[in-house]
Design a protein around this ligand. Structure first.
Ligand SMILES: C[S@@+](CC[C@H](N)C(=O)[O-])C[C@H]1O[C@@H](n2cnc3c(N)ncnc32)[C@H](O)[C@@H]1O
Length: 333
C-alpha cells in the first residue's frame, strides 16, 4: 500500500482531463500563486480590453445597478464567485458605500493569493465596509448568511465564458437553486466582435498570456511530479467567429513522452498535439436572453460600455412555476 496522501478533487480532475482525447485541463487549475499574479498582469495589458470595459460599466453605471439591487432599500448580500483580487468590485462597493447602501460583500475564490490582495485593498480603501471572504471552490457549498438580506450573486470577468454551453447552463441553474424569488445575478459577459480584436486579447506581444498558459506545466511538474519541459511546448490562441469561442492551447513542439513520479500517469504527445487549456465564449444578445430563460431568470438590465465591447447583465430570479412555463427546451440543456 502506498503512503502517499489521497489526491484531492482538483488533482483527480486534472489527471482525468490529461487522459482525454484531446488532452484538457480545467480552467481553475490556472490559479496557483504564480497564475494569479500573471492574471493580474493580463488584466493590465492594453489588448485585454475586458477588464477596462467592465470597470467602465461598473464605475459609470453603478446607480442603475444599485437601483436594481435594492429598489426598496432592503439590505443585500453581494456574493462574488471567483472574485480574484476584486479590484473592479472595490470601485463598485466604494460607490455603493458612498451612497450609504446597506450591504455585505462576500468574495469567494480558490486562490489565497487573490483573496489576500483583495482583503489588503479593501482594508486600505474601504476600511468600514463589511467584507466576509470565503476561500473555496464555488461549485461546492453555499451559505446564505441572512434571511433579511436579498442575495445578489456576481460572476464577473466573463468567467462564465470558461464553460461550454451545457456547463454554463448547469452552473446557472445551480446558482438559481440557491436563490429565492427576487434575488439577483450579475454577470460580466464579453460580446462577439471583430475576430482580430479578440485574438489580440489572448495573444499579447509581451508573452504574458503565453507565460500564464505555460505556468500550467510548471504547476503539473511541481504538484504531480511531471517532467514537462516548457521549451518543448508553446502557447497557441484561436478564435472561431462561427461559434464565438476563443480557445487556448499548449502545443507540443515534437513527439515526446512525459511522466509523473507521483501518480500513475504517462503522457505521449505527437508533434503538434495540443492540450486544450481554456475556452472563452463570447456572446450576443440572443444568447444571453436564452441562457437567462433556460436557467430560471428574467433579464432585467443590460449595460454596455460606450464601445459596445462588453456587457454587464442583471437577471432576476423568477418563480419556479414561471421557470417551468419558460423552459420548453429544458431537456436539451
Ligand atoms: C478570470 S479570474 C476573474 C477574476 C475576477 N472575477 C475579475 O473579473 O477580475 C477567475 C477567478 O476565479 C477563481 N476561480 C476559478 N475557478 C474557481 C472555482 N471553482 N472556485 C472558486 N474560485 C475559482 C480564480 O482563482 C480567479 O481568481
Amino acid at each position: 500500500m502506498s503512503n502517499a496522501p489521497p489526491l484531492n478533487e482538483l488533482t483527480l480532475r486534472v489527471i482525468a482531463g490529461l487522459k482525454q482525447t484531446p488532452k484538457r485541463l480545467p480552467a481553475m487549475y490556472f490559479y496557483d500563486e504564480e497564475g494569479s499574479r500573471l492574471f493580474q498582469r493580463i488584466m493590465q495589458l492594453p489588448g485585454y480590453y475586458l477588464t477596462e470595459a467592465e470597470r467602465e460599466i461598473l464605475t459609470r453605471q453603478w446607480p442603475r445597478l444599485l437601483d436594481a439591487f435594492a429598489p426598496d432599500g432592503r439590505p443585500f448580500e453581494l456574493i462574488e464567485l471567483g472574485s480574484g483580487d476584486g479590484s473592479k468590485t472595490l470601485d463598485l462597493c466604494a460607490a455603493f458605500a458612498h451612497a450609504k447602501a446597506d450591504f455585505v460583500y462576500v468574495p469567494v475564490d480558490i486562490s489565497p493569493h487573490a483573496l489576500n490582495s483583495l482583503i489588503r485593498n479593501f482594508d486600505q480603501r474601504l476600511p468600514g465596509q463589511q467584507v466576509r471572504p470565503r476561500m473555496g471552490d464555488y461549485f461546492y457549498g453555499w451559505h446564505r448568511h441572512s434571511d433579511t438580506h436579498r442575495q445578489i450573486v456576481m460572476f464577473m470577468g466573463s468567467n462564465l465564458g470558461n464553460m461550454d454551453r451545457d456547463e454554463a447552463l448547469g452552473f446557472l441553474r445551480m446558482i438559481r437553486s440557491h436563490m429565492q424569488e427576487g434575488d439577483g445575478l450579475l454577470l460580466g459577459l464579453d460580446l462577439m466582435k471583430n475576430p482580430h480584436t479578440l485574438l489580440n486579447a489572448y495573444n499579447d506581444p509581451d508573452g504574458v498570456t503565453a507565460a500564464f498558459n505555460l505556468n500550467l506545466l510548471t504547476r503539473l511538474n511541481r504538484e504531480l511530479g511531471m517532467n514537462f519541459r516548457l521549451d518543448r511546448f508553446s502557447h497557441y490562441a484561436s478564435y472561431s467567429p462561427l461559434d464565438g469561442a476563443a480557445r487556448s492551447f499548449l502545443v507540443s513542439q515534437d513527439s515526446q513522452t512525459v511522466h509523473s513520479t507521483r501518480v500513475d500517469l504517462s503522457l505521449r504527445f505527437e508533434a503538434g498535439e495540443v492540450i486544450y487549456t481554456e475556452q472563452s465564449q463570447k456572446y450576443n444578445q440572443a444568447m444571453i436572453q436564452q441562457m437567462a430563460q433556460d436557467s430560471g431568470f428574467a433579464p432585467a438590465l443590460h449595460l454596455q460600455d460606450p464601445q459596445g465591447r462588453y456587457c454587464v447583465s442583471f437577471w432576476q430570479a423568477i418563480k419556479p412555476a414561471i421557470v417551468r412555463h419558460m423552459l420548453p427546451n429544458a431537456s436539451h440543456a
